[in-house]
Design a protein around this ligand. Sequence first.
Ligand SMILES: N=c1c2ncn([C@@H]3O[C@H](COP(=O)(O)OP(=O)(O)OP(=O)(O)O)[C@@H](O)[C@H]3O)c2ncn1[C@@H]1O[C@H](COP(=O)(O)O)[C@@H](O)[C@H]1O
Length: 107
Amino acid sequence: MTSFSLADLEAIIGARATAGAESSYTVKLIGKGQAKCAQKLGEEAVETVIAAVTGDREELCKEAADLLYHLLVVLRVGNVSLAEVEAELARRTGQSGLEEKAARTAG
Ligand SMILES: N=c1c2ncn([C@@H]3O[C@H](COP(=O)(O)OP(=O)(O)OP(=O)(O)O)[C@@H](O)[C@H]3O)c2ncn1[C@@H]1O[C@H](COP(=O)(O)O)[C@@H](O)[C@H]1O
């Protein structure tokens, strides 16, 4: 069991982006702009969906890791911290998804 967390990966991505290391995939990707980062996130989402529906458990794990990495890159470029996303998730914990949907679609 690893103690590696999404917050650790967020910190690494932030450090790479700040340092501008030449050998960094993160730096190269961010250099291509927000639209490219978002496009890569979309591609990884589709690959995750494919792994899920084909029932390949190992592939699903790998694609989910790619997806989370690319999500963190998009959050970084969009200037949104993981803590903000976690705060939003925490805010929702008192309400079921069905209640939230009903409140959103009412009236
Ligand atoms: N977790 C990841 C991670 N997940 C996926 N990827 C990269 O995301 C890319 C997505 O796969 P593709 O097949 O679409 O890649 P590609 O064809 O090279 O992509 P493009 O040329 O289209 O951008 C691959 O090159 C993966 O290596 C990642 N790259 C980096 N990290 C971690 O991010 C941290 C910083 O990495 P560097 O910025 O490279 O130092 C390190 O801890 C890494 O382990």
